[in-house]
Every structure is written in structure tokens, then in C-alpha cells.
Write a protein that binds this ligand. Structure first.
Ligand SMILES: *[C@@H]1O[C@H](CO)[C@@H](O)[C@H](O)[C@H]1NC(C)=O
Ligand SMILES: *[C@@H]1O[C@H](CO)[C@@H](O)[C@H](O)[C@H]1NC(C)=O
Ligand SMILES: *[C@@H]1O[C@H](CO)[C@@H](O)[C@H](O)[C@H]1NC(C)=O
Length: 287
């Protein structure tokens, strides 16, 4: 490589020297200056004379829960004008080159922030078949590459409650969320009410107690009001979220609801009894 550049330098110097002789009454000094100028035109701005090199600080194994978004981070120093590609090792499919995607599977995306060293392969809605090895490849001669492993796990956060809750106004809500299969030793968990992050709420009397190591989180809302009705979602890092719908009801409504539920339970058995009576009447009837 160095030899090639040196040769290029010699050639350019030779060329400019001849041009100089014909067109410009230049001094030796001026000729050198022109040569340096032309050489810099041939070499990309960001070329700093160093070969591309992987920055080895990013995670080479990424664990993602089914259905979540996975990101493989490849960092390359001194990339210059070379391109970074992501290749799926299973079928040697070139997924991305630079920021372009070369697969019909639209779940694969290349992400890169201008002037950064980072080339990210983003996999949206991870599927079991996405598990495997991906190669981050740099278009040097010869190519250099680094392997990344994507592990797909099934993890779902779970709110330990019915899907629909009827809470009497004035009483407290205590929701517990667990994510036992969440990958990694710690799991960050957050709660949303509808689309709002509960921790951003201006309502007082809300407490979230999370145990990252135990992978549990408690949401306690004291003395609930009508406005606390809504869709409560627990999201655990690297897991699918879980939601329950909370209805705030007045005490009389609560009693009525119990009554209605009871009535609904009784109705089928009453119908069965009638049917049984009808059948036995039919069977008992002489042929
Ligand atoms: C990263 O690891 C590769 C292979 O072991 C090595 O060639 C390269 O120099 C390392 N990069 C850095 C920045 O240390
Ligand atoms: C909420 O429920 C959890 C689990 O049952 C319990 O450990 C916690 O003490 C409760 N918190 C309150 C404030 O009642
Ligand atoms: C509650 O919110 C979650 C997450 O946004 C959503 O997937 C779910 O469909 C919502 N449920 C209801 C009953 O609105």
C-alpha cells in the first residue's frame, strides 16, 4: 500500500514537473507545492494514512426477545472511503452496504450517523430464524470482517393481574410486573399509562418500586380517581410488554357489577336445566 502511494507520488511529481516546464516559469519549490496539491485531490479528505481497524469495544453477542428490535453495533476506525457491509453468515446474504439495504426483508436496516465510526444493523421485530451469526465487513483489500452473534429469546413481561381490573375510586392500585426470562443479569422496567410514561406523570401519590436484579416492578397508585382509568403497560428491557386495562368505578357500580357477573354465571345453568327437562319430557313421551 505504502509502495503504491509512493509510486503515485513519483508519477504525479513527474507529471507536474513536465507541465510546469511548459506552462509556468516555476521554481523547484512551486513544483513541489503543486504536486502536494494534486496528490491531496486523489486522496479522500478523511484519509489519515491509517488502515481501517475494528474498534473492539462493542458487544459481539446481542440478546433480543422475540418481536423486539435488535441492534448490532460495528465500529470501524480509519474507514476512509471504504464501505461497511453486514452479511448474514447462514446464507452469505449481503444485507446492507453502507447505509443501503440489499434485502427484500424490510426488517433489516442500516443505521449510521454521519461522521461517526458506528455502522449499525437494525433488525426490527426479531424472529427465531434471525438467530445466528452476522458479519460486519470492511471493503479493504483483502477484506476484514468481524462476527456478531444474535441470540433470540422468548421473554414477555407479565403483569400479575386480570386483563381488566375494576378498582373502586378512593382505593389503591398495586400492580406487579415480572419479566423472569428477560436476558441479562439486570432488567430495566418502566410503566406507561396509555402513552404517557408514569414516571413523567404530574399526579402525586404514584410510586414505582423496581428490582432490576429480581426483574420485578411494582406500581402503586394511591386513592385512585376516575382520571386514573386507562391502559397500564409494563415494559421490560429486551422483553415484550404487557398491558392491563384499569376501570375506576364508584362503590355502587362495583356492587352492580358483581351482581351482573353473578347473573351471567347463573344464566347458562338455568338454560341447561330447561333443556334437560325438555329432553326428559321428550324421551318419556310414548313413541
Ligand atoms: C480489534 O481486534 C482485532 C483482531 O483481534 C485487531 O486486529 C485490532 O487491532 C483490534 N482493534 C483495536 C482498536 O484494538
Ligand atoms: C404491592 O404488592 C407487592 C406484591 O404483592 C407487595 O410486595 C408490595 O408490598 C405491595 N405494595 C403495597 C404498597 O401494598
Ligand atoms: C394498551 O396499550 C398497549 C401498548 O401500547 C397496546 O398494545 C394495547 O393494545 C392497549 N390495550 C388496550 C385495551 O387499549
Amino acid at each position: 500500500m505504502l509502495v503504491e502511494h509512493f509510486m503515485a507520488l513519483l508519477v504525479i511529481m513527474g507529471l507536474t514537473a513536465t507541465v510546469d516546464k511548459k506552462s509556468r516559469p516555476s521554481s523547484q519549490y512551486f513544483g513541489h507545492l503543486a504536486a502536494a496539491e494534486e496528490l491531496s485531490n486523489l486522496i479522500p479528505d478523511n484519509y489519515d494514512g491509517l488502515e481501517p481497524q475494528f474498534d473492539n469495544s462493542t458487544a459481539r453477542e446481542v440478546i433480543a426477545a422475540l418481536g423486539t428490535t435488535a441492534r448490532l453495533h460495528c465500529r470501524v476506525r480509519h474507514l476512509g472511503d471504504r464501505a461497511v457491509s453486514w452479511i448474514r453468515q447462514r446464507d452469505l446474504h449481503i444485507l446492507t452496504i453502507g447505509i443501503m439495504t440489499y434485502t427484500n426483508d424490510q426488517r433489516f436496516l442500516a443505521r449510521h450517523i454521519d461522521n461517526s465510526d458506528e455502522w449499525v444493523l437494525k433488525v426490527v421485530s426479531v424472529q427465531p430464524r434471525d438467530a445466528g451469526v452476522y458479519e460486519c465487513q470492511v471493503s479493504t483489500e483483502p477484506k476484514i470482517s468481524q462476527a456478531y452473534k444474535l441470540v433470540v429469546v422468548t421473554s414477555k413481561a407479565q403483569i400479575l393481574a386480570n386483563r381488566e381490573l375494576f378498582i373502586q375510586s378512593g382505593s389503591d392500585i398495586n400492580l406487579t410486573c415480572i419479566a423472569p426470562q428477560a436476558p441479562g443479569p439486570y432488567t430495566h422496567m418502566v410503566w406507561h399509562k396509555d402513552t404517557e410514561l408514569v414516571s413523567d406523570s404530574t399526579r402525586g401519590g404514584i410510586r414505582v418500586v423496581s428490582e432490576q436484579q429480581m426483574k420485578t416492578s411494582n406500581l402503586v397508585i394511591s386513592r385512585v380517581l376516575n382520571t386514573d382509568s386507562g391502559n397500564y403497560t409494563c415494559s421490560a428491557e429486551n422483553s415484550n410488554s404487557d398491558s392491563v386495562f384499569v376501570h375506576i368505578i364508584k362503590s355502587e357500580q362495583h356492587a352492580a357489577m358483581q351482581h351482573e357477573l353473578g347473573a351471567r354465571l347463573e344464566l347458562p345453568s338455568l338454560a341447561l336445566l330447561l333443556l334437560a327437562a325438555l329432553l326428559s319430557a321428550l324421551l318419556a313421551a310414548p313413541a
